[in-house]
Design a protein around this ligand. Sequence first.
Ligand SMILES: *[C@@H]1O[C@H](CO)[C@@H](O)[C@H](O)[C@H]1NC(C)=O
Ligand SMILES: *[C@@H]1O[C@H](CO)[C@@H](O)[C@H](O)[C@H]1NC(C)=O
Ligand SMILES: *[C@@H]1O[C@H](CO)[C@@H](O)[C@H](O)[C@H]1NC(C)=O
Ligand SMILES: *[C@@H]1O[C@H](CO)[C@@H](O)[C@H](O)[C@H]1NC(C)=O
Ligand SMILES: *[C@@H]1O[C@H](CO)[C@@H](O)[C@H](O)[C@H]1NC(C)=O
Ligand SMILES: *[C@@H]1O[C@H](CO)[C@@H](O)[C@H](O)[C@H]1NC(C)=O
Length: 479
Amino acid sequence: MAIRQASFLSYLLYSFFILLLCCSCDKVKAYGRERLEAAINSRLPAASCSLFPQCYNHSTKLQIVHKNGPCSQSDLVKNTTFSPLQILLHDQLRLQSIHSRISNAISGGQFRASIPAKFGLPLGMAEYIVKVGFGTPTQYFTLFFDTGSSVTWIQCQPCAISCYQQLEPIFDPSNSSSYSFIPCDSDYCSQLIPAVYSVQPCNSTSTTISTCTYQITYMDNFTSIGYFGLDTLTLSSDVFPGFQFGCSQGTRGDNGMIAGTLGLGRDQVSLVSQTAKTYGEIFSYCLPSSNSLGYLAFGSQAGTGSTSIKYTPLVIDLNAPSFYVVQLIGISVGGRNLSIPPSVFKSPGTIIDSGTTLTYLPPSAYAALRSAFRQGMTNYPPAPPLSPDGLDTCYDLSKSATNVVTPSVVFYFEGGASLDVDLTGRVIGDSSLSQVCLAFAATSSPNEFGVLGNLLQQTYEVIYDVAGQRLGFGSGGCT
Ligand SMILES: *[C@@H]1O[C@H](CO)[C@@H](O)[C@H](O)[C@H]1NC(C)=O
Ligand SMILES: *[C@@H]1O[C@H](CO)[C@@H](O)[C@H](O)[C@H]1NC(C)=O
Ligand SMILES: *[C@@H]1O[C@H](CO)[C@@H](O)[C@H](O)[C@H]1NC(C)=O
Ligand SMILES: *[C@@H]1O[C@H](CO)[C@@H](O)[C@H](O)[C@H]1NC(C)=O
Ligand SMILES: *[C@@H]1O[C@H](CO)[C@@H](O)[C@H](O)[C@H]1NC(C)=O
Ligand SMILES: *[C@@H]1O[C@H](CO)[C@@H](O)[C@H](O)[C@H]1NC(C)=O
């Protein structure tokens, strides 16, 4: 009895303590264990698709599905899940790729000249997939979408070199009445070059190679080789005749059953430029967290998912013309602004990317965030770091009470936009909750661009108003 009373008393005290913390200001947030588990498990295979009859079938927006989520239609796709450490390693490769493309721009193209086949971004772990149509009659394919690269490609028959297994039958251009090849001496073909993929030059002595051919090698060594073609692209109910895309004839590596990539980057060959007349270079997405659906919306549909959108200017950065760059100005943790000089964020800047998972900050900004986060987590037993290069602030929450209290994290941007990072964006870990880590890391040098990853963006509607040169964040975007 006495023991029960004591534990009840401590429970009361504990609740009171949490109540105090929560009521004194909005600095910390309590999460039910279920919510924390759901947040952590959002990267693991989820419930069956039958819960979501709307999967892939929205009239005006494309449904975005988490690769491992309930609407992902194949076990083969679902089973390719990754540990937090694998995610970190993947991110590091992707960041290297981003930064080498930027150094290339800075050093005037030398990188491209010397290492022609190393320009893409890795695909193997891209998390979000959409379904779009190609050809006449329309055939639908599941593609990764990527704001960090601009070329759209799919596997095509006759797979002259090799194709990997994919969810849908492989596209056969000879069965599409609207398909045409792109000659290698066309403007289309030369347009590809700034998208930093290797394009075979025209060979006037050869009669066989007259179509525009390309090779993309992503940083994880996934390679696609093929030719460029034109065919009708169908995005929900909108039809775009003469869309330029890569018809992959051979790959090295496996893309996990996904037919290819939808390139939403900033280069001229991007889907955003190619559909500009219809959509006015505006698109938005909401990346779903666990068990929910997101969407990719274009034109007038963009910006209709959230009622509270705030914008920040999209920076035109000549060093990073392929990427979406924004100006981060400050961060608060637990309701307190970190004292980070604005110059830390200003130079060189911050890229927003759908294909990087964690969020990367200049080293001094990360150190300040980590230190404030640790101060807000002293009630929880620390766990060993997952890696010295990131995911270095971990806690064992497996034995914690039903409520977990973590400090809020808010990112502030130029122009008044802010992003109150959802729990899903703040921590990452294993489903046992024995090693739950802060989902941020430092860039390897203060001179590198920071990167806002997809965990941070989850549940927000993110609007890319490219024509208006602004980027918006709206809360509650997926609901
Ligand atoms: C998609 O929606 C349309 C119209 O609402 C319906 O006719 C069709 O059967 C649906 N397709 C799937 C796969 O659910
Ligand atoms: C995927 O995982 C499920 C459940 O763990 C299993 O039944 C299935 O065989 C796996 N599929 C593949 C292709 O590994
Ligand atoms: C293309 O057409 C051929 C002959 O009509 C047919 O055998 C083949 O299945 C078609 N391929 C696809 C992917 O539809
Ligand atoms: C051009 O094509 C001819 C014939 O196929 C080949 O012998 C030659 O090596 C090619 N030249 C270049 C620069 O690829
Ligand atoms: C990519 O492949 C090349 C050649 O097969 C190999 O030398 C290199 O180590 C690989 N890189 C990675 C990151 O696996
Ligand atoms: C923190 O900084 C942001 C951006 O400069 C500002 O809008 C906000 O009012 C500041 N908050 C506090 C509590 O000082």
